[in-house]
Design a protein around this ligand. Structure first.
Ligand SMILES: Nc1ncnc2c1ncn2[C@@H]1O[C@H](COP(=O)(O)OP(=O)(O)OP(=O)(O)O)[C@@H](O)[C@H]1O
Ligand SMILES: [Mg+2]
Length: 501
């Protein structure tokens, strides 16, 4: 399926699992959909399974957004408590579309918890309380992290929540990261567990290969190797060390999450000549998350000047990462948006695009790790492979069968969707998801989404007190019945019946 086709299906309001190989533009497409929803003033919650993946989309982790914390299992009473949390209840009330990226790393039990909280918080017994759910990711990449003392995690698609969603599958097939067809074939062979002579010989040819690229990122499976490598390289440089301390303010728990998800360190130490990577997007200044360069000096305020590898010089002044809710900043951190970038972990590299990498898979400890590492790079010529162990090129065997099903269901969804009369493609006319084009909605409800005037509100109160049916009031006021009920609740004229069943 193309990105355009998938976007149409998303806009139609279906619950969707957006998948496809690394680099097919899943996250790119999510961003497009998020922009669309924001422009249409539709409540969208942007989350991901890990803090780092969430920062890529300027969102929260699903755990903190849905208020499930670190829980993996919870009683009905716990679920009610979670849903009753004021912040969580408000979030759900304002959400029509929930997006979760990097779903491969979210385990089935936690997805079930989110689903239960959603139903209670929305006071609606449909799956996830009737919110449009967009799950995104690729199960050939990294699986949920196993925690000591817990039963082994299962992929999210084993959950009852997943099964009840009646997900339309959108499987993207066009490759945007790798233009090189041979490399694309190699990566696909690894995905399909066909690591044959063709794959091995091509990878062997990249063993200790000389890279034409001036700057190369080293990828390791373990943090200790990354830190050691970066410090070793920094110490090799002659100049003076410069230190930058992160500033933080706001709700402590959210500050902690922001710090955990932020790729810039709490204390950044650089020197002239240090290899660095920008860890935030700033299109105006000319860098994005992943832009590489080296420190060539310091400006008048003492901030690093970075020469990027595409020939620009950029002053890296501090940036802010924050979590907002309804325009109010809950927590923020400020730091120079750089990290040392001679080396990073493969976990951190997930979601990134790199021009060149030196990859060490000698201690790969998770299926999918080799696939994630190799697929970060744009071309085979950009890879220097140090070593790989037996685990490195494996993918999870259970995914293979499921992947076939996903591809088939995606094709079915595409054919079915495109045979629909165009009026059904514009916006969803049935179900509980808010119709997507405000202009379309206003054909039926002229006052939809307009601010309530005092006069209208009086009209509403009078009609209600006189015993008029909600449907009738809605018709008279040109609004949807749901909007009338919400207003009445807000005015305290009807009770929120969420917990009374
Ligand atoms: N339609 C597009 N036009 C231009 N560039 C695109 C498009 N789609 C994706 N890209 C670019 O291709 C690269 C890979 O895209 P993206 O990171 O969204 O892929 P992904 O499917 O999310 O990969 P991963 O599974 O690794 O997270 C990025 O550099 C992105 O900006
Ligand atoms: Mg992505």
């Amino acid at each position: 399926m193309t990105q355009e086709e998938a976007l149409e299906i998303l806009k139609a309001g279906h619950n969707v699992y957006l998948t496809g190989a690394a680099g097919t533009g899943k996250t790119y497409l999510l961003n497009e959909y998020i922009q669309f929803l924001k422009a249409e003033k539709i409540g969208v919650a942007v989350t991901a399974s890990t803090g780092i993946a969430a920062t890529h989309l300027a969102g929260l982790t699903i755990h903190s957004w849905a208020g499930i914390g670190v829980e993996r299992f919870a009683s009905d009473v716990d679920i009610k408590m979670m849903a009753a949390n004021r912040r969580v209840a408000k979030r759900f009330a304002e959400t029509d579309v929930l997006i979760i990226d990097e779903i491969s790393m979210l385990d089935a039990d936690r997805l079930n918890l989110v689903e239960r909280v959603a139903r209670i918080a929305k006071g609606n017994w449909k799956p996830f309380g009737g919110i449009q759910i967009v799950l995104c990711g690729d199960f050939f990449q990294l699986p949920p992290v196993a925690k000591e003392g817990e039963p082994p995690p299962r992929f999210a698609y084993h959950s009852s929540a997943w099964k009840e969603l009646d997900l339309k599958i959108c499987y993207l097939h066009e490759q945007y990261r790798q233009g090189d067809q041979k490399f694309f074939n190699i990566l696909n062979a690894i995905r399909q567990a066909r690591v044959d002579n063709f794959v091995i010989s091509n990878l062997q040819a990249r063993r200790n290969a000389k890279l034409a690229n001036k700057e190369v990122t080293k990828l390791y499976s373990h943090n200790v190797d990354v830190d050691a490598e970066n410090i070793k390289e920094l110490n090799r440089l002659p100049g003076k060390e410069m230190h930058y301390k992160m500033e933080a303010s706001g709700v402590p728990a959210i500050v902690k999450l922001l710090k955990g998800g932020c790729l810039a360190p709490e204390i950044l130490t650089v020197k002239k000549g240090a290899k660095v990577m920008f860890v935030k997007n700033n299109f105006e200044k000319g860098y994005v998350n992943g832009t590489l360069g080296s420190v060539v000096g310091f400006n008048d305020w003492g901030y690093p000047i970075v020469a990027t590898f595409n020939g620009q010089e950029i002053s890296a002044s501090p940036e802010t990462w924050n979590v907002e809710e309804n325009g109010k900043v809950l927590a923020k951190i400020t730091q120079v948006p750089l990290r040392l970038a001679w080396a990073i972990t493969i976990h951190k590299s997930q979601g990134m695009t790199l021009d060149a990498a030196e990859i060490n898979l000698a201690e790969a400890f998770e299926k999918g790790m080799g696939y994630v590492a190799l697929s970060r790079v744009r071309s085979l010529n950009g890879i220097k492979l140090i070593d790989f162990n037996e685990m490195a090129l494996q993918v999870h065997p259970e995914i293979l069968a499921y992947d076939k099903e996903l591809q088939q269901r995606s094709e079915e969804a595409r054919l079915k969707f495109y045979s629909l009369p165009s009026k059904y493609k514009k916006f969803k006319t049935e179900g509980n998801v808010k119709a997507y084009s405000v202009n379309e909605i206003r054909k039926f409800y002229p006052a939809a989404y307009q601010k309530w005037s005092l006069e209208e509100e009086r009209n509403l109160v009078d009609s209600f007190k006189e015993g008029a049916k909600i449907k009738v009031i809605a018709k008279n006021l040109g609004r949807k019945s749901g909007a009338i009920r919400s207003r009445l609740k807000k005015l305290g004229l009807i009770k929120n019946q969420r917990f009374e069943k």
